[in-house]
Design a protein around this ligand. Sequence first.
Ligand code: SF4
Length: 367
Amino acid sequence: MSDRFDDLVVLPALGAQLGLDLGDSAAACGRAGAYFSAATVDLDDYDHIVLCMSGGKDSIASLLHLLDLGVDRSRLELWHHDVDGREGSTLMDWPFMADYNRRLASAFEVPIYFSWLEGGFEAEMLKQDSYGRPHHVETPEGLLTLKRDTARAVPATRRKFPQVSASLQTRWCSSALKIDVGRRALNNQDRFNGKNVLFITGERRQESSNRARYYQLEPHACDRRHGKKARRVDAWRPVLDWDEERVWDALQRHRVLAPVPYRLGWGRSSCMKCIFNDASIWATLRHHFPGSLDAIADYEQQFGCTISRERIPIMDLSKRARPIEIHDVEALGQALDRTYRLPIFATDDTLWATPAGAFARTGCGPS
Ligand code: SF4
């Protein structure tokens, strides 16, 4: 449901605000280089292949599909956006998520570059009469720090949780912490100038009616093939036509164990404390990870505004549903550990299994 809301309401608003085409087929209709179906592309056409790796099943399936297609790994790199940043905040994301992505990349022998908004979700939320913080972008040449253009920006105040809303003034997390970070990472690396870049994300048509109409291959918003930088950037969605069964089949075939959130019963691998979480997820967090909602409850008090759009305090909301019964003891033991300690691949000791969250429709948000 959250995907549908994003696609029909939030993303069109985001596209308008950022001047981006975020995949609406009507807008893309007739655009040169946009293809509704492009199950395969000539990977040899591209100097750089960037795969946005959230650590969820669909981006992993995208990686596995590239390997099946015989991708030249020397051109491939993974990008992961740290939602909580790297400055000490632990408010939103799964503690192991960064390390999991690092180990996943290492297991497949591909480089991974992290990028983040300084201070992450929490610092952005606490912004008061101040400019946006810099973005930090890992690159092959080292860490880039991209400051804001204070000549053009204006100081702003948030001091409330992003809310499930059409307005990106209120529902700001995906754009501030992911889309904008990726856009600046593409625009500010000279190594992409004069090159062909394939930018890959893991959306699937099955997720919502609007995604069903996405173009599978189209020029990315950062494409400048006709500009001074001569940078061609194509956006490709390799698993767009896949159903969920095919995604899990790919993971099983490659013996990639299901990521921890699915093993715990989550239907999506998004932020642990995503604003789209429903009562059952909040109940699960409160029950299995006591204290994990305290910081959010404290901020609700400070702001006089709840994380829930229904204005129900998180502690009350978490009592409105039964927690998910978690039987996967290993995944439960991993959930709060910053170091990812479980295997990436199935082994003789850790057999591949369809996780509890597969095909579930628990209310948790976009990845
Ligand atoms: S997963 Fe949820 S909380 Fe995290 S950035 Fe996306 S919408 Fe926001």
